[in-house]
Design a protein. Structure first.
Length: 444
C-alpha cells in the first residue's frame, strides 16, 4: 500500500492522522496547555502548536438556534427553516436514545432517510465502534468488518465498568493485526471521520488507513485515563477507513462515525437491547456533556418504557419522578436542544392457555403507568411528545390484529414491530415533526 507520508498531494490527510501522535506526547500532566483549535485539523503547523484537553472535543460550528421553554420543538423548527432557506452550512443533528426499538436500525434509518430526502443527505453520523453492537443496529449506509481480538461492553448495566459515550458501547482490541473496517455504501462516500479513543497508561498503538493508504502509527497512551476524540476533515471524499492495531497494548474505542460536509440532517439512533431510562445515567456524564456541548442536537428523542413496563410494581408516580430527574439532567447538559418523549408502543404478553379476549393477550403489567407518566412529564416539563399507539393501536386487541395485518406490522412476541412497522412509525413521527404548527416557529 502507498504511504500517505510519501504522497505530497495528501499532506492534509497526514496532518489529520498525525493527531494521534500527540495522544502520548502531550498528555504529560505538566505545563500550560494551549487553547483548543476551533474545528478539526487541516495542517501540520496547526497541529504542532496544539496541546489537547482530552475531555473536550474542539468546538465545531453550530447553527444559531435557541431552546424555548414554551415550544419544545422550536430548535428543530428553527434549524429546519434555516436549511430550507439555504442559510445553513452545517448539518442539523437529531439524536435518539432508546431500547431495542431504537437499536434496530429500521426506525432511525427511515427517519434519517425522510429528513435527508427533504433537507439534504450528509451520511449516517456516529455509531457504536466496529462490531460492538449487533449487526442489525448498523445503518444501511455502511458496512462494518471486525477481525482479530476484540471485546465489547455496553452501558446496559451500571455494574459494567465504563466509560461509555453517546453510543453506549466500548470496544477493546488487542493483538497485532486486529482490524476494524468501516466502509461507506453511499456513492458519495464521506469527507468527515470521527474516532473516539480512550487514552490510558497501558494504551497501545494503532494505524488508520483511508482507501488503502496507511497513515503513521498513533499511540493511545497517556498518564491519565481520558477520552480523546479525533475529528478529521478530509481533503476529498473516501469510501473506506481501517483501524489496525500494532499489538503493543490494548486500544479502547468508544465510537466512530462518517458524514459529509455541508447542509443536511443527521439522525443518530443510539439504542441497546433491554435498556431502560437508567441507561442514560450509566454513560459517562462528562463525555455526554462534552458531546452535547460540542455539537448541540436540535432535538433529543427519548424512546424508553417497554422494559420498565414489564415490572408489575411500576407506578406512575415513581416512573414520573425518575423520568423528570433524567430530563432535567439532560436540559442542564443540552440547554439549546429540544427534548421529545416517544410514548411507549403498545406491548403485551399472553395469559397461560391463551383463551379469552384478544386471544389471551394482555398489556404488559406496568405499561399503563409508564405511558401515563410519560404524558405527565411531557406536559409538566414542556417536552415534545408523540404517542406510539398511533401505530400500534392503543390496545392489546389492536396490537394482536397487527400481527396478522398485511403488511404485518407487529412481531409474534407482541412487543417488537416488524421492519414495516418500524418504518411506518418513523413516517408518522416525521409527519408529526414537520407539521405546519411546528415549522411555523422559525424565530432565531
Amino acid at each position: 500500500m502507498k504511504s500517505i507520508a510519501t504522497v505530497r498531494s495528501r499532506r492534509d490527510v497526514l496532518s489529520q492522522l498525525g493527531l494521534g501522535l500527540a495522544l502520548s506526547a502531550c498528555d504529560t500532566g505538566g505545563g500550560r496547555q494551549a487553547a483548543p483549535v476551533a474545528g478539526s485539523f487541516r495542517s501540520v503547523t496547526e497541529l504542532a502548536a496544539w496541546r489537547p484537553d482530552w475531555s473536550v472535543m474542539p468546538a465545531a460550528e453550530t447553527l444559531p438556534w435557541t431552546a424555548s421553554p414554551n415550544e419544545p420543538l422550536a430548535p428543530l423548527a428553527q434549524a429546519l427553516a434555516q436549511l430550507a432557506q439555504g442559510r445553513a452550512q452545517q448539518p442539523v443533528l437529531v439524536v435518539q436514545f432508546g431500547d431495542s426499538h431504537t437499536a434496530a436500525h429500521f426506525f432511525s434509518s427511515r427517519l434519517r432517510a425522510l429528513f435527508q430526502a427533504r433537507y439534504g443527505a450528509v451520511g449516517p453520523g456516529r455509531m457504536s465502534p466496529g462490531g460492538a453492537a449487533p449487526s442489525y443496529t448498523r445503518p444501511p449506509q455502511v458496512q462494518v468488518e471486525q477481525q482479530g481480538q476484540w471485546q465489547a461492553a455496553s452501558a446496559l448495566r451500571a455494574s459494567t465498568p465504563g466509560p461509555f459515550g453517546v453510543a453506549g458501547w466500548r470496544l477493546r482490541g488487542q493483538g497485532a493485526g486486529s482490524r476494524l473496517v468501516l466502509r461507506s455504501t453511499e456513492p458519495e462516500g464521506f469527507d468527515r471521520f470521527t474516532l473516539d479513543v480512550l487514552v490510558q497508561p497501558e494504551g497501545g498503538s494503532f494505524r488508520l488507513a483511508l482507501d488503502g493508504e496507511t497513515g503513521p502509527q498513533l499511540r493511545a497512551a497517556g498518564a491519565l485515563r481520558r477520552r480523546a476524540p479525533i475529528p478529521m476533515e478530509l481533503p476529498h471524499r473516501y469510501r473506506e477507513v481501517v483501524v489496525e492495531l500494532v499489538g503493543d497494548g490494548p486500544v479502547d474505542l468508544l465510537g466512530w462515525g462518517v458524514e459529509r460536509r455541508g447542509a443536511g440532517v443527521l439522525v443518530e439512533g443510539h439504542g441497546i437491547n433491554g435498556a431502560t431510562l437508567d441507561m442514560l445515567g450509566n454513560m459517562d456524564q462528562d463525555i455526554l456533556a462534552g458531546d452535547l456541548a460540542t455539537r448541540p442536537p436540535a432535538l433529543i428523542i427519548l424512546a424508553y418504557g417497554t422494559n420498565e413496563a414489564v415490572d408489575p410494581q411500576q407506578t406512575e408516580a415513581s416512573y414520573a419522578a425518575m423520568l423528570t430527574e433524567r430530563v432535567r439532567a439532560l436540559k442542564r447538559l443540552a440547554p439549546r436542544s429540544g427534548i421529545m418523549l416517544l410514548g411507549a408502543p403498545d406491548s403485551a404478553r399472553r395469559l397461560r392457555g391463551g383463551g379469552g379476549a384478544c386471544r389471551g393477550w394482555q398489556p404488559l403489567p406496568g405499561l399503563a403507568a409508564v405511558k401515563a407518566a410519560q404524558r405527565r412529564v411531557a406536559r409538566t416539563e414542556s417536552l415534545g411528545y408523540w404517542d406510539w399507539s398511533e401505530v400500534t393501536g392503543g390496545s392489546a386487541c389492536a396490537l394482536d390484529a397487527l400481527t396478522h395485518a398485511s403488511p404485518r406490522l407487529v412481531q409474534d412476541d407482541h412487543v417488537h414491530l416488524t421492519a414495516d412497522g418500524y418504518r411506518l412509525s418513523a413516517e408518522r413521527l416525521f409527519q408529526h415533526l414537520i407539521r405546519p404548527a411546528t415549522l411555523a416557529n422559525t424565530q432565531t
